[in-house]
Design a protein around this ligand. Structure first.
Ligand code: ACM
Ligand code: ZN
Length: 765
């Protein structure tokens, strides 16, 4: 049997480039051509629905207008059939040979996914809408497939920026191609209420609109109204929502609405301030708002009446089992002072405001449960005690999810580190403004949603995974596409394919065709993964640094220069790590078929007196940004502006204090320490850096102190603390102390909280 398959593989150019990768896929001999004479067979109602989907799809993307028939024939037919077998809810089988394409599954979901796999096996041109004629040939294949997880989600924040119905539908189409099945619709947040509620018309008259400061960056917008009254916003009518829910159902997607509470509802208080603690009418915020202190009053009965009224209309619109109630980032300061909330705490015998949040969520859960719906919320709903039946969406790492699963509550894993699509996906100086951290596609791909802390029973409570696109910095549909693709492809495989069937290298290969599909479909996808990355390695034996050039998506060749000039096809072609024995700048580009497919990226490796030295920490870096065995502080490699890039050492609230043993007496003419400033991530520059030197590591002399003239800018910067010595000194040991400012300054939202200090390199020349 195996021998036959092996020999057949060479007969036709087989194509098994499906994303997400099926659990079982085997190329067979033969090939099937879909032509105008091909018919689609379907008999059961589910099969007929899937057949209609396929018929419409082919009609929209090709010149084929196939007929759907209820009689089988032995050739030139696509047969879609429901099978009786009781197997996984979304499983399917797909079989292609010379005569037939057969898709079978127990339910509509599987039939639909069989069609999607068929689509993936067709040439990438199938994604274009120009209805061109083409040869629609599929090579023989056998697929037996079912998803690893039942929740394969993507969240889109439509509050911070509003996206039209037409885009939501495109987004659903694209999700379904990748077999994603939950659209988490973030409809409410501080900067806009986006769902029509008939009983409370002021929500869409007032709370859906804010003063239009779209021309300014999110963080720079004033809170005041505009004199010209110009507004930004929008909302979805109930009719539009019904349409979208149906459209999603046809694509096996459940729409889970998110109705934020008890915080992230400032926009609501522009229309109905009476449901907040203070009762004060507020403007709809125009941009960033932190900390968010205005909150639903948990003491007033009217609040719960309002929430129940809203949820009643929401449940009428959304048939989903789960209703998302937000629950994240509630600042409970107002609850501490509000007489109504304090009365509630007394009456209910609650311990504190955390318990009041638990009371709040549990009360809402009871209401939802009465209508056979389940509550899901961000992991903060664990604080003060989890509501009895609640599901948890774990975003602040995996810990919340682990805790909930151990308590036998359902969990969706969506930790920022792997799932936040608002993060940068490449070097930040080459990317549009995004949220501070970094999430390249390989980091999405490497995510395993089932942590080893869980035993098999507990692991069963992991419903699945979700990508989240928060849109503070994402104002347009084309930018939303850029942030979503290609990372959603990686997430789809995390969600669908069993861990043992996943492989990054294999995925990279299959991505080539995926990128082509984006081009054909006209998706404004990110090409960041094509850029060349640099990794410096130190050869202990030879005492030299080597630079490795790599790309997350290598389709062509990498060319580089070492002389500062722009690289092109006449430059060095990269084949093996580059050895550097002096300070060197490498510039690199990826070129395919004579055309650049990446931007030019560069790095500088600094070779200096201290780079062979042994570094000792006298204060302890944070375990979140620890040092490595070969210290990051003298490894010749600078960090990027992405502080999570593995080159930065971080100190939370403490000073950096290190000693470097240079190994022998050296003559030194300058010292320099480089630090990062990124106020959005609470990273500040040291107040000063002091340099001392010694011959014996006992008696030290000061070489000088470099102070910081504190800058208060919005954007991250590197900052060097150079000390040029008037006359060279001789020393064997260097002692460097960088003074942490200790706490975030008064003007900052983290005022009084420990401030971070980051260093990537100490350079001694
Ligand atoms: C969240 O990112 N605040 C859930
Ligand atoms: Zn209150």
């Amino acid at each position: 049997m195996i021998a036959i398959f092996a020999s057949c593989k060479t007969e036709t150019k087989s194509n098994t480039d499906i994303i997400p990768k099926p659990q079982f896929i085997e190329p067979l001999s033969g090939q099937f051509e879909i032509s105008s004479s091909t018919t689609i067979y379907a008999k059961s109602s589910e099969a007929i629905e899937a057949a209609h989907y396929l018929h419409h799809f082919l009609r929209d993307h090709t010149d084929l207008d196939l007929s759907i028939v209820n009689k089988k024939r032995s050739k030139d037919q696509i047969q879609i059939e429901t099978t009786k077998s009781h197997r996984a809810a979304e499983c399917y089988q797909l079989y292609v040979n010379d005569n037939l394409i057969q898709i079978s599954a127990p339910y509509y979901a599987g039939l639909f996914y069989g069609v999607q796999s068929l689509r993936a096996l067709l040439p990438a041109e199938i994604e274009s809408f120009d209805q061109s004629s083409n040869q629609w040939v599929i090579s023989g294949v056998k697929i037996d497939d079912a998803p690893r997880f039942q929740w394969r989600g993507m969240m889109l924040d439509c509050s911070r920026h509003f996206f039209p119905v037409s885009y939501i539908k495109k987004h659903l189409d694209r999700m379904s191609r990748l077999k994603m099945n939950v659209f988490h619709w973030h409809l409410i947040d501080d900067q806009g209420w986006r769902i029509e509620i008939k009983k409370y018309p002021k929500l869409t008259e007032t709370s859906s609109w804010r003063a239009d400061y779209e021309s300014l960056p999110w963080g720079d917008r004033p809170t005041k109204d505009r004199e010209d009254g110009r507004r930004y916003g929008g909302f979805y009518t109930q009719e539009q929502i019904q349409h979208i829910v149906r459209y999603a159902q046809e694509r096996n997607i459940t729409v889970v609405p998110e109705i934020e509470m008890p915080a992230h509802v400032t926009a609501l208080f522009a229309a109905y301030p009476e449901f907040s603690c203070k009762g004060k009418r507020l403007n709809v915020p125009t941009g960033s708002l932190w900390p968010i202190t205005d909150i639903y009053c948990a003491g007033k009965e009217e609040t719960f009446q309002f929430i129940e009224d809203v949820l009643s209309e929401v449940m009428d619109l959304f048939p989903s089992k789960y209703i998302h109630i937000g629950g994240d980032e509630a600042n409970k300061k107002e609850w501490e002072h509000c007489p109504d909330c304090q009365r509630r705490i007394k009456q209910e015998g609650l311990e504190n405001v955390e318990a009041l949040q638990s009371y709040f969520i549990t009360r809402v859960e009871k209401f939802l449960n009465k209508y056979d719906r389940e509550l899901i919320g961000w992991d903060e709903i664990l604080e003060g005690g989890l509501a009895p039946n609640a599901a948890v969406m774990s975003w602040r790492g995996m810990q919340g999810g682990i805790k909930a699963a151990k308590m036998h509550h359902p969990v969706v894993m969506t930790p920022t580190q792997h799932c936040y699509f608002d993060y940068y996906q490449g070097a930040r100086d080459l990317e549009p403004l995004a949220f501070g951290a970094n999430l390249p596609i390989e980091k999405v791909y490497e995510f395993n949603p089932v942590p080893k802390e869980l035993n098999a029973t507990e692991a069963n409570y992991i419903l699945g995974v979700q990508a989240n696109l928060w849109t503070e910095h994402v104002a347009t549909t084309s930018h939303a596409e850029y942030m979503t693709f290609p990372r959603l492809a990686a997430m789809s495989e995390v969600a669908w394919t069993n861990q043992e069937n996943r492989n990054w290298k294999d995925f990279q290969k299959r991505m080539h065709k995926e990128y082509l599909r984006y081009q054909k479909a006209g998706i404004h996808y990110a090409k960041s993964a094509f850029n060349v990355n640099f990794k410096t390695e130190y050869n202990e034996e030879k005492k030299v640094n080597t630079i490795i050039l790599q790309s997350s998506s290598l389709t062509g060749d990498i060319y580089y220069t070492l002389d500062g000039t722009e690289p092109n096809m006449q430059s060095n072609r990269y084949s093996s790590p580059i050895t550097v024995d002096k300070t060197t700048t490498v510039k690199a580009i990826q070129i395919k078929d004579g055309q650049p497919v990446s931007k030019t990226t560069e790095t500088t490796v600094y070779v200096h007196i201290a780079s062979d030295g042994v570094l000792t920490h006298n204060t302890i870096p944070s375990s979140k940004y620890p040092d490595k065995k070969r210290s990051l502080l003298n490894n010749c490699t600078m960090g990027t502006q992405t502080f999570t890039d593995g080159q930065w050492v971080g100190y939370e609230g403490t000073d950096m204090d290190v000693t470097i043993n240079l190994g022998k007496v050296e003559t030194i003419s300058s010292l320099q320490s480089r630090h990062l400033y990124n106020p959005g991530s609470w990273i500040f520059l040291p107040a000063s850096v002091s340099y001392e030197y010694s011959m014996d590591n006992k008696k030290y002399q000061s070489a000088g102190v470099v102070r910081n003239e504190f800058t208060k800018e919005k954007t991250p910067i590197y900052y060097d603390y150079p000390l040029i010595l008037k006359s060279p000194i001789k020393a064997r040991y260097i002692h460097i102390t960088a003074k942490n400012i200790g706490a975030c300054p008064d003007w900052h939202s983290g005022k009084g909280q420990p401030s971070w200090l980051f260093c990537d390199e100490i350079i001694v020349k």
